[in-house]
Ligand binder design. Structure first.
Ligand code: 5GP
Length: 172
């Protein structure tokens, strides 16, 4: 039987997303940035963020798989769906829900930088540094979280719990 414990409330998340949006607006307001979201986990964060940003942006999505069924990374990253928008010369901001080992972000940054963007930065709402296997540069970050498997606010466990408004820890 799974038990849920709220780690970060929806009010705290909303406040942080508002702050991140203000920072990004300052940095990107004249750049018509291309926001590339890492599916599926980013979809809630990204939709809140673009509405709070309140500047013209374009959006696209990329889908890679790193987690299979369960709570541990397979360590293998597979591209399932690339971007369609031309990237060359664009100011690209990668939107991630959570950085854990860093393998997904490393893969995404390499994939995008090969396409010659004018600039490339990473924004993640959650960072779990204890899981890091590969160092990755995080330019915009919401919350550092402890070493636990989290769900809610777009993050799933076997496709469940994405709808939860708070970030929760899934306990056995
Ligand atoms: P990384 O490649 O950095 O280990 O993991 C990145 C991806 O793994 C995230 O985009 C997310 O899909 C998944 N992930 C990592 N940690 C968690 C977690 O605690 N909960 C959930 N639901 N997904 C996670």
């Amino acid at each position: 039987m799974n038990k849920l414990k709220v780690l970060i409330s929806k009010e705290e998340i909303e406040k942080k997303v508002t702050e991140l949006a203000a920072e990004l607006r300052e940095d990107y307001h004249e750049k018509n940035p291309l926001l590339i979201g890492a599916l599926k986990g980013c979809f809630v964060f990204m939709s809140d963020l673009v509405r709070k940003l309140d500047i013209p942006v374009e959006v696209d999505f990329i889908k890679v798989s790193s987690y299979g069924i369960g709570t541990h990374s397979s360590g293998k990253i597979k591209l399932e769906h690339g971007t369609k928008t031309p990237i060359e010369g664009r100011h690209v901001l990668v939107i991630e829900d959570i950085v854990d080992t860093g393998l997904t972000v490393r893969f995404l940054l390499d994939y995008i930088s090969r396409r010659k963007p004018a600039s490339l930065k990473l924004c993640t709402l959650f960072d779990k540094p204890s899981g890091r296997v590969m160092a990755v540069p995080i330019d915009y970050m919401g919350f550092t979280i402890p070493d636990a498997f989290v769900i809610g606010y777009g993050l799933d466990f076997d496709e469940k719990f994405r709808y939860l408004p708070d970030l929760c820890i899934l306990e056995d």
